[in-house]
Design a binder for this molecule. Sequence first.
Ligand SMILES: Cc1cc2nc3c(=O)[nH]c(=O)nc-3n(C[C@H](O)[C@H](O)[C@H](O)COP(=O)(O)O)c2cc1C
Length: 322
Amino acid sequence: MKSLLVINSSAAREGSVSRTLVEETVDRLLESSPEAQVVRRDLGASPIPHLTVETLSGVRGQPATDAENAARKLSDELIAELRAADTIVIGAPMYNFSIPTSLRAWFDHVLRAGETFSYSEAGPKGLLGGRRVIVVDEVEYRLEFVKRYAQCEVVNFREVNDMAEHIKKMTDWMGADVCIDAVGGDAAGSIAQTLTGRLMKMQAGAATVLHWAINCVRKGGNVSIVGVYGPTFNAVPIGNVVNKGLTIRANQASVKRHVPRLIEHIREGRLNPKEIITHRVPLEEVADAYHIFSSKLDNCIKTVLIPPSAREVQAVNASALH
Ligand SMILES: Cc1cc2nc3c(=O)[nH]c(=O)nc-3n(C[C@H](O)[C@H](O)[C@H](O)COP(=O)(O)O)c2cc1C
């Protein structure tokens, strides 16, 4: 953590429960990052004005009047604070089954279409980004690839004794917001799991990564399972799931549903398939292609199989170019 934004919204000062919780959280965060820059907003003591007929266009449209320009200036200032922070602590007491209106006014000033979020066919999308992604793997060329291609942080699990402790240390002892098990039953990394899950078939695959995901995610966090397991028994720490209040979602990749979103990522330049596709193999050579992929040979990241009909089209296109 380099920069921390602390927001209090309780109208109470003495005896405020949310303020006490906020301070305890800030103290804990600063213990592991004492150099972090701290910016504070006390919405209970210095409220942000609510949007009105006079000020609305300052945030949601084009400012023209003095009042609208003043609203835009405040909105810019609050968005700049938000952008600058890599960690945000918000004290949000419950007032009449919702958040205090002071906090709502803050949200109304920082949520600006085109600045902090945008609308798309898939619904509203956050634009602040800058989320940390930590990739855990043992294959060095893949770790190098995600560092270079997607600016991810990487952990080689062969160099780590206790994965949960390691990830917690990396996240100021909070744990990750979301852990994705993208490996499934073929996982390496635990002798006991490999023995019982893969060799003796006492489980539906080695649940090594599922254990790591459940134990590395923060309380109330999400665990997503896209790695494949067999349909029967797995020894997973279900008690930790309950005690941490986790949400678990699982599915085989819904490839067709995600294609339009992937194409949008490519169109908008966020993904460059040329760098992801490392191998193009004729469909008839699929067995060799699978061997290269599963044995992690030749720095393989993504293989595309080209059927004969597509090769004919490619040949026609190529000759048309000459
Ligand atoms: C105006 C107001 C409305 C409240 N509404 C609710 C409510 O709807 N549900 C609830 O569980 N508590 C409600 N409370 C209780 C507060 O959530 C509780 O006192 C909390 O500790 C307030 O946070 P604070 O101590 O940081 O000020 C309300 C308190 C106030 C002052």
